[in-house]
Design a protein around this ligand. Sequence first.
Ligand code: GLY
Ligand code: MN
Length: 477
Amino acid sequence: MKALPFDKSVYINRRTALKQAGLSGIALFPANPEAAFNYPANTYHYRQDSHFSYFFGLNMPGLAGWIDFDSGEEILFGNDVDIDDIIWMGPQPAMTELGASAGIGQTQPYDKLEAFVNKARSQGRKIHFLPPYRAKVMMHLGQLLDIPAHEVRNSASVELIKAVVSLKEIKDELEIKEIEKAVDIAWLMHTTAMKMAKPGIIEQEIAGTIEGIALSLAGPVSFPVILSVDGQTLHNHNHHNTLSLGRMLVIDAGCELASLYSSDITRTVPVGGKFDTRQREIYEIVLKAETESIAAMKPGMEYREAHFLAARIIASGLKDLGLMKGDVDEAVAAGAHTLFFPHGLGHMLGMDVHDMEGLGENYVGYDEHTHRAKEFGTAYLRMGKKLRPGHVLTNEPGIYFIPALIDKFRAEGKFEAFVNYNKVETYKDFGGIRIEDDVLVTPDGHRILGKPIPKTVAEVEATCAQTREWIRVPGVF
Ligand code: GLY
Ligand code: MN
């Protein structure tokens, strides 16, 4: 049997901590089912639910975890395989072995779950569950709990969400090591992409190669690779462009491990490996925004302060280049920087690349002291609250020249006091630049996780100067 990512004591301790969170009733954690790709038996790569994996570790469908907060009882629901399963999947461990591997003494056949749920409900006991994000799970919970499927998400337990967030947001040594391994694999993905970023190469060739590195060394990529010379489109999943001199290539990619911990790294490189003056000028501003907002990270600092520090560095740098004008603080207070930096500085990272986002971003990144902005751009900041030791976050500022946004703001007469639109027009062919690292908040500051990935102009140029031997299939490209 494939071992769980961690020793069973890890899962026992996590469930014990959850039981000490002060809830009563029962927590029900359904494992993720298989998901059909193009017909029912042809499924996507199986991905366990991160919360199920956090508390139970098992990486397979057909299971549900049950934690009784009042009695302390823990049950794993699932079925032993039959001969048909063995023919197609090979011998599989018995449910009792699976339960024991996660430190759970009691297992029950899956079809007993309904009776357990009905009994608890007839006793007036609350069944807590997290908001499901897959239709099959919504329908399953709706049927079990007598809730219309479309209302299941809204019926999720806020108490359980808060308890899970407060456990999972603080990463321990074991988790940090896993994230570092995922960053180390991202180092190979990114340095390989840099060596391939030559004129004439098609984006897909690089995207496929680095996805293959993730698959060959760990799990799959932690989100669909973003790799494009049209980096002004923030999440560009099209990979059809041919690289040409004068373009910047944005590479935003990471991987996940068998333990599901992930990395999320962005680098931007000039095609051909040498920055021209205009590229270097914009790059240095983004690099300064990234390194200085990381340098400021420490416990007690609200992450929205780091976001606005990056925004001021961007506005000030763009002012020096004549693209912005006026008072930098006033420009940022007015939101003028969002023409160039229309997203948030970062988000929590863990077993989900946007960690726990499915539970509701505001439960993860905000609290009773910090509230999410409603204004354009800043509203995308997923993490605004105070940093604490054990938080792992991405830090990923960027500068983008988005022609449609430039045209829109200009037509609306927006930020005319702070934006030099005539000069900005001349950058409409620039694309975008984003730089992203994964950062741990430590008791006295912060630490960038993993093997350092080339980032300064000199480091990027030195890596891009190398060549990765690349064999093309004749006649394909
Ligand atoms: N790397 C993709 C994202 O952070 O949204
Ligand atoms: Mn990110």
